[in-house]
Design a binder for this molecule. Structure first.
Ligand code: GLC
Length: 552
C-alpha cells in the first residue's frame, strides 16, 4: 500500500527530506596527483559536504571504462576503474559518508554499455552468438542505409554498420555506447544482479542514466519527421527535427522500474531517474504510477530564459503535474552552470540562489551540482583543451560540456587544492582565489556562506511539524514576485529586474533571506542581523532575491 502512495503528501520518505549534491568524480578531488579526481579524494572532502549541510551525494560513473564518454561508456558494471581507485576505496567512501550522516547514490547506466564490454564483444562476433540479442541489431534498409531515421542525442544517425556480421546496431549516444536490448529478459536478470551488488556494498540509491530511453518501440518504427535534416545542424537542432514518438518515453520502461522498485524497497533505497524530458506530461508518465522510480529530475530549469512567467511555469508545472518526487536541479555535468545562464555576475548568483530557495520549499529533492555553492559560472576551456566528445564528434562546431566540468576549486594556490598537478585533465578555466571554498568560508556574504545558511534553513523547515506532508498552495503572482505557501511557511522570489515589495499577508519571521546574514536567537530561530524580531509586511526583495518566512 505504502508503495502506491509514496509520492503523495503524507508519505514523505528520507529523500523527500534530503538535499542532494552531484559529484562529477573526475573533477572533484584528486588524491594521487594524476590530474583526475578519484574516490580517495572524494572521501577526504566529504567533511565539506557535511559542513555545507547536504544529505545525499550522487557520484557520477566510476566503473571501468574506455572513457569515450568519460565513464558513461562502461565495460564492467561491478568494479571501479583504476583511474578512480579500487572497490575498497569505494567501500571506504561509502563508510565515511555514512559516518557523517550522508547517503550515497551511485549513477548507473542501464541504457547502454561500452562497445568494449564483454557482452558486446561477444554479441558482435556472429549473428548466432548467445549475447547477440542483448543488443539491438537490424538488417540494413533496402537502400543499404540505417534501419530507421532515429538520431543520437549527440547528433548523427543512431545506427552503426558492423562489417563483420552485416547488420546495424543501435546507439542513442556514441557508436562506442551500444544500447542494451531491454526487451530481452536476460538484460533484466543481469541488471538485478548489478543493482544487488551495489546495494550489498551499502549504497542508498541510484541515479538512473537515460531513464527516458531504455525501452524502445517493439517495431523500431521511424519517428515522425518535423522538418528535413540538413548539413550544419547542431545536435539539438537534429534532435528537435523529429517527434520522439518511438525512441524514448515508451510504456514498457515502467515495468523495468516497477521491478527495480521491488528490488530496492527492502533496503529502503532511492531510485531517481535522469528523466530528460522537458514537458511535465512526460515526467508524469514516469512518476505517477508511484510504484517505479521514486523521483525524476526536472530539467526545464536548465533551459528557461529568466523571466517571471518562465520561472513560475518551471516551478509550478511539474508540481501541478506530479505532486512530488521531483528532482530539482539547475546545473549539471551536462548543462551550463546556472549563474552564467541567469545573467552572470552578482545578479546571476542571486538568481540561482533564489531559484534554489524555491526548490527547497517544493515537494521533491533539490540537488546542487558541485560548485553551485560557490556561485561558479562555467570555466573557460580553450579549443585545444576540449575533451567532451560532443565538441568534436557531431560534425559541427559545438561548445560541448567541458565548461561545466572544470575541476573544483578548494583553496588558493597551484592546483587549487584539487590536485598536486597544476594543470589537471581539464584546465581550471579562469578561476581565482575568490572562487575557492577556503576563501569563501571566511566571508559571511560569499555564495558559499549564503548557500550554507539556505541549507540550514531548509533542514529546519522540512523538519517543522506538518511541513513535509503539507501541499503547496500557489499565491497569486504580484508583478515579479512568485510565491507559495506550504504548511506554516511562505517562500517568495523576485524574478524581475528591479527591487519589488513582497507582502506575506501577515506578520512573519524570516528564516532565510538571500542578501542578509542571519543570527540564531535564544529561541532557536535565525533572524537577520539588521532586522531582529518579527517584521511587518511588506518586505522589499532585490532583483533575484528570495525569502523564506515563517507565518503560521
Ligand atoms: C546522460 C549523462 C551524460 C551522458 C549520457 C550518455 O545524459 O548525464 O553525461 O553523456 O547520458 O550516457
Amino acid at each position: 500500500m505504502a508503495r502506491e502512495t509514496q509520492n503523495q503528501p503524507g508519505e514523505a520518505r528520507w529523500w523527500d527530506r534530503s538535499v542532494g549534491y552531484q559529484i562529477y568524480l573526475r573533477s572533484f578531488a584528486d588524491s594521487d596527483g594524476d590530474g583526475v579526481g578519484d574516490f580517495a579524494g572524494l572521501t577526504q572532502r566529504l567533511d565539506h559536504l557535511a559542513w555545507l549541510g547536504v544529505d545525499m551525494v550522487w557520484v557520477t560513473p566510476f566503473y571501468p571504462s574506455p572513457m569515450a564518454d568519460f565513464g558513461y561508456d562502461i565495460s564492467d558494471y561491478v568494479d571501479v576503474d583504476p583511474l578512480f581507485g579500487t572497490l575498497a576505496d569505494a567501500d571506504a567512501m561509502i563508510e565515511r559518508a555514512h559516518e557523517l550522516g550522508l547517503r550515497v547514490v551511485f549513477d548507473i547506466v542501464p541504457n547502454h554499455s561500452s562497445d568494449q564490454h564483454q557482452w558486446f564483444v561477444e554479441a558482435r562476433r556472429s549473428r548466432d552468438d548467445p549475447k547477440r540479442d542483448w543488443f539491438i541489431w537490424r538488417d540494413p534498409a533496402p537502400d543499404g542505409g540505417p534501419p530507421n531515421n532515429w538520431v543520437t542525442h549527440f547528433g548523427g544517425p543512431a545506427w552503426t554498420f558492423d562489417e563483420l556480421t552485416g547488420q546495424y546496431y543501435l546507439h542513442l549516444f556514441l557508436p562506442e555506447q551500444p544500447d542494451l536490448n531491454w526487451a530481452n529478459p536476460a538484460i533484466g536478470d543481469a541488471w538485478d544482479e548489478i543493482i544487488q551488488f551495489w546495494l550489498d556494498r551499502g549504497v542508498d540509491g541510484f541515479r538512473i542514466d537515460v531513464t527516458q530511453g531504455m525501452a524502445k518501440d517493439a517495431d523500431l518504427r521511424s519517428n515522425p519527421e518535423l522538418r528535413p535534416l540538413h548539413d550544419g545542424m547542431d545536435r539539438h537542432e537534429q534532435w528537435e527535427s523529429f517527434e520522439h514518438r518511438y525512441d524514448i518515453v515508451q510504456p514498457e520502461s515502467l515495468d523495468i522500474f516497477r521491478r527495480w522498485n521491488r528490488l530496492v524497497e527492502p533496503a529502503g533505497a532511492f531510485l531517481i531517474g535522469e528523466t530528460y524530458v522537458l514537458d511535465a506530461a512526460a515526467l508524469h508518465h514516469f512518476l505517477t504510477p508511484r510504484d517505479g522510480i521514486h523521483a525524476g529530475f526536472w530539467f526545464q530549469p536548465m533551459h528557461i530564459e529568466w523571466s517571471p512567467d518562465q520561472v513560475l511555469a518551471t516551478l509550478r508545472d511539474p508540481v501541478d503535474a506530479v505532486g512530488g518526487g521531483i528532482g530539482w536541479c539547475m546545473s549539471s555535468h551536462d548543462d551550463p552552470r546556472a549563474p552564467g545562464r541567469f545573467g552572470g555576475g552578482e545578479l546571476g548568483v542571486l538568481r540561482a540562489l533564489g531559484l534554489f530557495t524555491m526548490f527547497c520549499g517544493l515537494p521533491g529533492t533539490p540537488f546542487l551540482y558541485m560548485g553551485d555553492e560557490l556561485g561558479l559560472v562555467d570555466g573557460v576551456v580553450p579549443l585545444d583543451r576540449r575533451a567532451d566528445p560532443v565538441s568534436f564528434r557531431t560534425g559541427v562546431e559545438a561548445d560541448g560540456r567541458d565548461g561545466c566540468r572544470t575541476p573544483m576549486t578548494w583553496e588558493p594556490g597551484p592546483g587549487f587544492g584539487f590536485s598536486t598537478m597544476e594543470d589537471p585533465w581539464l584546465p581550471f578555466g579562469g578561476r581565482t582565489d575568490a572562487d575557492t571554498v577556503a576563501v569563501q568560508a571566511t566571508d559571511p556574504m560569499s555564495p558559499l556562506s549564503r548557500w550554507r545558511r539556505l541549507l540550514s534553513a531548509r533542514r529546519r523547515v522540512i523538519d517543522a511539524p506538518g511541513f513535509a506532508e503539507a501541499a503547496v498552495q500557489w499565491r497569486e503572482r504580484r508583478g515579479p514576485i512568485i510565491s507559495f505557501r506550504r504548511g506554516d511557511f511562505v517562500f517568495a522570489l523576485n524574478a524581475g529586474d528591479a527591487a519589488a515589495p513582497f507582502n506575506p499577508g501577515a506578520p512573519c519571521t524570516p528564516w532565510f533571506k538571500s542578501t542578509e546574514v542571519f543570527e540564531r536567537g535564544a529561541d532557536g530561530v535565525d533572524r537577520p542581523l539588521k532586522e531582529p524580531g518579527a517584521i511587518d509586511p511588506p518586505i522589499v526583495l532585490a532583483a533575484g532575491e528570495a525569502i523564506i518566512v515563517h507565518s503560521p
